[in-house]
Design a protein around this ligand. Structure first.
Ligand SMILES: Nc1ncnc2c1ncn2[C@@H]1O[C@H](COP(=O)(O)OP(=O)(O)OP(=O)(O)O)[C@@H](O)[C@H]1O
Ligand SMILES: [Mg+2]
Length: 249
């Protein structure tokens, strides 16, 4: 995986300030094809802000981002990036008045997806949305909305996927199936996935590597096993509690 392949995404000394508040401080990391990189840290650590900068929704105060070698802060380059990347986040504005199938069709057209109907049917099945295909998006429960967000994220068969708490409101069964699906696409299609979650068991299960953010800084990084052994935790949850409490103290 690493070593052979070039990084698809590179972040170099990235910082973001909102007025005098520094939300992200000097963050550097790379994302390789065929890996799931977990971004973890307490509420307000800067995870979503990083994802928004990667999407070009927020501009960095300093530092560099390169995705497929392109710069998302430049409109023309961002357009190319967004064709090959996708994301899921509760911040995504959905066409709320459309029915679920129509909403997915809008995204399929946006990305110029071939065989859109077939693709949408497969995604509706994968994320168990068949039951709600004819309901307006605004009527969906929060877990159903999350599933729609996931289906939308896969519509263009992205090479890079940015997932901000994708399983937060999913029931345990579909959450488990979603994790397995992510591991499968990572392996089969060499998809590169950046992932955030507050579920440490989930992070331990699916992440190849982890970045631990606190107050906008990366305070630890490594595989789940490395972090567990370095912080002498029983598991990742234990590591989180130790590290978060230590830095808060
Ligand atoms: N537009 C903004 N203006 C001012 N402060 C902001 C803005 N956006 C984010 N912040 C602040 O930046 C910090 C990082 O926020 P961010 O949403 O990135 O955290 P997070 O790690 O995603 O947290 P959570 O786990 O709660 O989702 C927070 O303290 C937040 O209040
Ligand atoms: Mg967040």
């Amino acid at each position: 995986m690493r070593g052979k392949d070039a990084a698809l995404l590179q972040v170099i000394n990235l910082s973001k300030s909102f007025n005098s508040f520094q939300a992200v401080k000097n963050v550097s990391f790379e994302l390789y094809p065929g890996e799931i990189l977990g971004l973890l840290g307490p509420n307000g650590a800067g995870k979503t802000t990083i994802i928004h900068m990667l999407l070009g929704l927020t501009s960095p105060s300093s530092g560099e981002i390169r995705i497929f070698g392109l710069d998302p802060s430049k409109a023309r380059e961002r357009e190319k990036i967004l064709n090959l990347m996708n994301f899921s986040s509760t911040y995504v504005a959905m066409p709320y008045s459309l029915k679920v199938r129509e909403a997915l069709m809008v995204f399929a057209r946006l990305y110029g997806v071939k065989n859109a109907r077939q693709k949408i049917d497969a995604l509706l099945g994968q994320f168990e949305l068949e039951e709600v295909v004819d309901r307006p998006v605004r009527a969906l429960s929060s877990g159903q909305m999350t599933r729609l967000n996931l289906a939308k994220a896969f519509i263009n068969d992205p090479e890079i996927l940015l997932l901000d708490e994708p399983t937060a409101s999913l029931d345990p069964d579909i959450a488990d199936r979603t994790r397995k699906y992510l591991i499968e696409v990572k392996k089969k299609r060499k998809m590169a996935i950046l992932y955030t979650s507050h579920n440490m068991q989930e992070m331990e299960e699916i992440s190849d590597r982890l970045l631990f953010l606190h107050h906008g800084e990366i305070i630890a990084r490594g595989t789940p096993e490395e972090l567990i052994s370095r912080f002498r935790g029983e598991d990742l949850e234990d590591v989180f509690l130790k590290v978060a409490r230590e830095v808060r103290a």
